[in-house]
Design a protein around this ligand. Structure first.
Ligand code: GRF
Length: 203
């Protein structure tokens, strides 16, 4: 069975959705490890409770971004995963790191990319008055929050929405779309053709 490593920095609810999907058999892949950039990340406890190996690679302990990226890559490689999933991982990774894991590095972002890359996506969506918002799972390329799109989910934006209500509505979709995208990956159903992801629908 293929194995994945999840990188987190906080709450880890997307990571938990992956562990649940693996445990229930909806996701035919197993978690090799959960790695956090923050020692106090809430998600670490959930991962340990689920019996998954955890590691912390704290950027504060490295002299440069490159040194951090190297240590992170080494920690990941020790588990030899088929796939590396950024799920609420709040660090920008350098080009060398991205190249090293190219084609097997995916990210979940809380907006309908290419709209609203970066931070505070829900606040910015409300400020723009968009009627629809959502989330995107994509292959990671050196450009921030950019790269071939594997899956997206859309939610309506209501007049009385505030950041908290909108983010909760999007998060519910994230928890569905991420395990689905990872399942497609581990089933070898995804190919990238001229920057667009094709899903093999014959299976
Ligand atoms: C999610 O909205 C994810 O899309 C974004 O950060 C949030 C992390 O939430 N990148 P969690 O840690 O998975 O609960």
């Amino acid at each position: 069975m293929k194995r994945y490593v999840v990188l987190i920095s906080g709450r880890g609810s997307n990571m938990a959705s992956l562990l649940d999907a693996s445990a229930s058999g909806r996701l035919p892949a197993s978690p090799a490890a959960v790695i956090s950039s923050k020692p106090e990340a809430e998600g670490l406890r959930a991962a340990r409770n689920a019996g998954v190996e955890t590691r912390v690679v704290d950027p504060a302990r490295f002299p440069s971004r490159a040194a951090f990226d190297d240590a992170l890559a080494g920690t990941i490689d020790a588990f030899s995963p088929d796939l590396v999933i950024l799920a609420g991982f709040m660090r920008i990774l350098g080009n060398d790191f991205v190249r090293r894991f190219a084609g097997r590095l995916i990210n979940i972002h809380p907006s309908l990319l290419p709209a609203f890359p970066g931070l505070n996506t829900h606040r910015r969506a409300l400020a723009e008055g968009v009627r629809f918002h959502g989330c995107t799972v994509h292959f990671v390329t050196p450009d921030l929050d950019h790269g071939p799109i594997i899956a997206q989910a859309v939610v309506p934006v209501f007049d009385d929405d505030i950041e908290a209500s909108l983010s909760a509505r999007v998060l519910e979709k994230e928890h569905l779309v991420l395990p689905q995208a990872v399942a497609w990956f581990v089933e070898d159903r995804l190919t990238v053709v001229e920057g667009r992801v094709r899903l093999d629908a014959s299976r």
